[in-house]
Design a protein around this ligand. Structure first.
Ligand SMILES: [Zn+2]
Length: 340
């Protein structure tokens, strides 16, 4: 009966209920707002990628300064990141992005964010190729040549897994064991930063425009110690650990120790390549990799001139300024230290 009754009033059936009107309005409002929601996001594209890609993003978000916000992804060719709607920060060097990548050199570009939907594309640099020459001063030559090759392999492994953006183009090993100029001062070198560097480059040999590594007997009285002049010369003791070469080459590209031997540091430990006393070095932070490439005093710029035309900075130590990501900045985990 009720059904029949309703059939007599078709108008009543076809009218949408108040609930239906509300839903349709909601849908209409959502469709109208959709373009605004899309406009609210910025896009960062990283070109020339070959695997893992990371970015440190600066800008301003809803009035708050965004400082080195980490982004990471993976892909070949191009990797895209969707960001909040960033706007221009008033402070200088706060509207920029630094990109890092597997088998690639980091790059920094300015990104003048606006309130609109911004899109920036930054290309990673090709990995830099640097030659080095090793002089075997303390023999036996064959043993120390193999020792140097092991150090070369360990350094290359660390650089590859940490996305250092550098590789050896040549690892030349020269036999200097019968050089008549070898004396005790050369075999057992002392003096810290002001050691007898010129004895090595003048008497043993020096190949220009590259780092020269002299494998001797002791450094500061120890067979397991090495030293760098922060430029083209490194001395290595007879029994140095294979990972020490990555540390001394870190000095050559302007890096300092994050702290002293025995000190505790909330951001670093013996697993970091630049820790002064260790035999288990393996990690480099993005703050360290940035300094290696961008510091004007780094051998990458100063000795190899491998970044002609690219911007340089002077980021020393742990300083975190508008130009320099913090030394401990990590896009990816380093063992016990998480991305930050
Ligand atoms: Zn050191």
């Amino acid at each position: 009966m009720t059904t029949n009754f309703r059939r007599n009033f078709p108008l009543n059936v076809s009218l949408p209920s108040s609930n239906n009107i509300y839903n349709r309005l909601k849908r209409l409002l959502f469709l109208l707002a959709l373009p605004l929601l899309i406009l609210g996001c910025d896009t960062l594209r990283v070109d020339n990628s070959a695997g893992e890609v990371g970015a440190l993003v600066d800008g301003e978000d809803s009035g708050n300064v965004v400082n080195d916000q980490s982004e990471s992804g993976n892909g070949s060719g191009q990797v895209s990141f969707t960001l909040d709607n960033l706007e221009s920060a008033s402070a200088p060097n706060r509207n920029e992005v630094i990109v890092f990548g597997e088998d690639r050199a980091p790059r920094r570009e300015s990104t003048p964010w606006t309130s609109d939907q911004d899109e920036f594309t930054i290309a990673l640099g090709n990995r830099l190729s640097v030659p080095v020459t090793v002089w075997i001063v303390q023999g036996p030559f064959a043993d120390q040549r193999d020792h140097a090759i092991d150090a070369c392999i360990r350094t290359s492994t660390i650089w590859d897994s940490e996305r250092m953006g550098i590789r050896f183009s040549e690892f030349k090993i020269r036999d200097a064991t019968s050089d008549p100029d070898i004396d005790n001062d050369i075999l057992n070198s002392t003096g810290g930063d002001s050691r007898n560097w010129d004895d090595f480059s003048n008497d043993i040999g020096f190949e220009a425009d590259r780092v020269n590594i002299y494998w001797i007997n002791t450094v500061e009285g120890s067979t397991t110690t090495g030293w760098s002049d922060f430029g083209g010369r490194i001395v290595m003791g007879r029994n140095t650990g294979d990972e020490l070469l990555s540390h001394e080459l870190g000095h050559a590209v302007s890096l300092f120790h994050p702290d002293s031997c025995g000190d505790t540091n909330p951001n670093f430990d013996t697993t970091n390549v630049m820790w002064p006393c260790s035999s288990i070095r393996e990690f480099l932070t993005e703050g360290q990799i940035f300094r290696s490439h961008f510091n004007s005093a780094s051998s990458i710029n100063d000795l190899y001139n491998a970044r002609t035309g690219e911007p340089t900075v002077s980021c020393s130590g742990a300083a975190n300024t508008a130009e320099c990501p913090a030394l401990e900045k990590r896009i990816w985990d380093d063992g016990a230290f998480p991305a930050n």
